[in-house]
Design a binder for this molecule. Sequence first.
Ligand SMILES: C[S@@+](CC[C@H](N)C(=O)[O-])C[C@H]1O[C@@H](n2cnc3c(N)ncnc32)[C@H](O)[C@@H]1O
Length: 293
Amino acid sequence: MAFVGGQVGVSAKCQTAENDVNADEIRYWTEICGPEWVRLQSALERELGPLGDRAIDALDPRDGERLVDVGCGCGHTSCALAQAVGPSGAVLGVDVSGPMLAVARRHAREMKLSNVRFIEADAQSLDFGPEGYDGVFSRFGTMFFDNAVAAFSNLCRALKPGGRLSFVCWRPREEIEWVTVPLKAALRSLGLPPPNPSTAFSFADPDYTHSVLASAGFTNILITPLDLKTGGSLDEVMEIIKIGGVGTMIREYRDRADAAFADVRSELRKHETPCGVFLNAATWIVTARRSVV
Ligand SMILES: C[S@@+](CC[C@H](N)C(=O)[O-])C[C@H]1O[C@@H](n2cnc3c(N)ncnc32)[C@H](O)[C@@H]1O
């Protein structure tokens, strides 16, 4: 496949920096969480893949289009988008995490896709160039910006007039069994009150999301709930929980951490079926357009 377009105005060199406004998130996704996502990518793909597929369907990618995948991580969705737009189209995956992008590039090579490329950069400030993309997509990669309006204004500028946006993000954590089941077990075990929600839930409130997108220049904003049970084996699910917010909280209580993880595991076992543990991943599918004028 020939790579056509997609690179205009975008430097291939790393655009992340120590003094970036998102420096804390960049460090987190590069040094702490990114290597864990790389280690668990197959299990994460089983859990998140079906949710990303719905957001790809909502974007409705077409032959020959130029698309951006924001916070593309290990590149699975970027490669799926590259297949959807075909050899005359092009996909740019943007992420701040070097270790995850290394996997993304390998993945694209293995799939023999030459119409997808990846750049290590902060999507909040990256200059996407003047040509304009047909679509901006993200699977759980848009919740970590220091300034959401600035970031989505930049993504809106990346689009042609009338260009499309589609992303999937988490609903409030109280609605997500993937969070409530392990979190309640951990809090009971450790005798703690619920902690504040992490940045992963920053688009949980649809009114907030709507106001961010409208301020950033988007129109035709649709925020649709998606309830889908996803999962994997009990061991896989435990590994994923360990690298997320619940696992991080538990590890702070070193002497009681092993007991708390055991309590989480026995709670999850109650939901185990012969096919594994499947729980509701409550998300929003968000779509919008850059206005035509
Ligand atoms: C929850 S992970 C999702 C990764 C991938 N989209 C997936 O679904 O497997 C969030 C991703 O967003 C990336 N990210 C966070 N802040 C970013 C930013 N300002 N610009 C670009 N990527 C960012 C992280 O490095 C990470 O890969």
